[in-house]
Design a protein around this ligand. Structure first.
Ligand code: AP5
Ligand code: MG
Length: 218
């Protein structure tokens, strides 16, 4: 099964679309952000080390995230959605090497294009289910009126420590300085597919599905 990257700034909808690809295509979501937050919740040494860096909206070290992805790929399987990884050219090089080592290829890099005004609006209205991680939005995807998660029935919802105006500004700066060069990198590797990330969630899912189907047959 194809391996893809969802590339885009904070709030572009990477997590939302990754969950739909898992549901609709049986792919496997590898979100370094989710892995780092899980490490924080379980109180591991690495989780403690990265907490302040993440809350401030800065990138954690390449070494840590490459290690996390390397462990997942070593478990085997395919059909991976890399969500929020790679975020630097060094991470992109490391991913190439890791995929090669496990005999796999990278099939497409889906760049989700969303303007900054929409990103700020989306992030400041986001919450997630504390049980299953389903992503909600006060404006575009509200928590059901009965207060229960539509996926798992959970009743606790969380807001992220880095979803505030100050951290978000830093996250956007990190994206433009360190991650956006990957757009050129993957364009020249003939992997880049730009998708309009504004619009209905279902419409964007259809655009991504069309890209993947086209890549699979070309
Ligand atoms: P990470 O967790 O990856 O955060 P991010 O990249 O900032 O992206 P987000 O998760 O905020 O946004 P998203 O694109 O997933 O959008 P979502 O679907 O939730 O990383 C967090 C931190 O961890 C980093 O800052 C860094 O410190 C560290 N880190 C992680 N990976 C790293 C790496 N590789 N290297 C170094 N450090 C790393 O949607 C957002 C909101 O919009 C939701 O409310 C959703 O419901 C809503 N929404 C989605 N689609 C639409 C739509 N079409 N219309 C309207 N609303 C929508
Ligand atoms: Mg996310």
């Amino acid at each position: 099964m194809a391996n893809i990257i969802l590339l885009g700034p904070p709030g572009a909808g990477k997590g939302t679309q990754a969950r739909l690809l898992v549901e609709n295509r049986g792919m496997v979501q590898l979100s370094t952000g989710d892995m780092l937050r899980a490490a924080q919740s379980s109180g591991t040494e690495m989780g403690r080390k990265v907490a302040a860096v993440m809350a401030a909206g800065q990138l954690v070290t390449d070494e840590i995230v490459i290690g996390l992805i390397g462990e997942k790929l070593a478990e085997g399987g395919s059909g991976f959605i890399f969500d929020g990884f790679p975020r630097t050219l060094a991470q992109a090089d490391a991913l190439d090497a890791l995929l090669k080592r496990s005999g796999q290829t990278l099939d497409a890099v889906v760049e989700m294009q969303v303007d900054d005004t929409a990103l700020v609006e989306r992030i400041t209205a986001r919450s997630t289910c504390g049980t299953c991680g389903e992503v909600y939005n006060d404006i575009s995807k509200p928590i059901p009126a009965d207060g229960k998660c539509s996926v798992c029935g959970g009743t606790e919802f969380k807001r992220r420590a880095d979803d505030n105006a100050e951290s978000l500004k830093q996250r956007l700066m990190e994206y433009y300085k360190k991650t956006s060069p990957l757009i050129g990198y993957y364009y020249h590797a003939n992997k880049l597919e730009a998708v309009d990330g504004l619009g209905e969630i279902a419409e964007i899912a259809d655009s991504i599905a069309a890209v993947l189907d086209r890549r699979a047959t070309s």
